[in-house]
Design a binder for this molecule. Structure first.
Ligand SMILES: N[C@@H](CCC(=O)N[C@@H](CS)C(=O)NCC(=O)O)C(=O)O
Length: 136
């Protein structure tokens, strides 16, 4: 079966997880493709030529990049199913604040781990997620 939605992802990614939660909340079926971030596939490079990062949502062949933008897109396209944000503008602002806060924390964590020395390429990405969960 050909899916109209494809998610280019990397399973431990918190950015990808955010998109997976949004898709699950909406009850959408999609094809999940795990990318090797050390050897990026041609589809990822074609669909996200600017950042070359996951997650990328491909909807009817068209790419949407950046997790916050993807979540917003999902909410707008499937607006009749389980709204992702509260209807009250103040509550919506609060929800957006915490989403932004978590994104910034994730980015800082990623950068710090990139700077770590004596870490092999293969272990770098594994350590990133192990350290994150140990710190929680
Ligand atoms: N701001 C982006 C961040 C995405 C991101 O950092 N993705 C990481 C995996 S968690 C990635 O693809 N890294 C590959 C690279 O930096 O080359 C978003 O919210 O989607």
């Amino acid at each position: 079966m050909a899916y109209e939605i494809i998610l280019l992802d990397f399973w431990p990614s918190m950015f990808g997880m955010k998109v997976r939660i949004a898709l699950a909340e909406k009850g959408l079926k999609y094809e999940h493709r795990d990318e090797d971030l050390f050897n990026k596939g041609p589809l990822l490079l074609e669909m996200n030529p600017i950042h070359k990062k996951i997650p990328v949502l491909i909807h009817n062949g068209k790419p949407i990049c950046e997790s916050q933008i993807i979540v917003q897109y999902i909410d707008e396209v499937w607006k009749d199913k389980s709204p992702l944000l509260p209807s009250d503008p103040y509550q919506r602002a609060q929800a957006r604040f915490w989403a932004d806060y978590i994104d910034k924390k994730k980015s800082i964590m990623g950068r710090n781990l990139e700077r770590m020395e004596n870490v092999t390429k293969e272990n770098k990405i594994k350590n990133r997620y192990v350290l994150f969960y140990e710190k929680k």
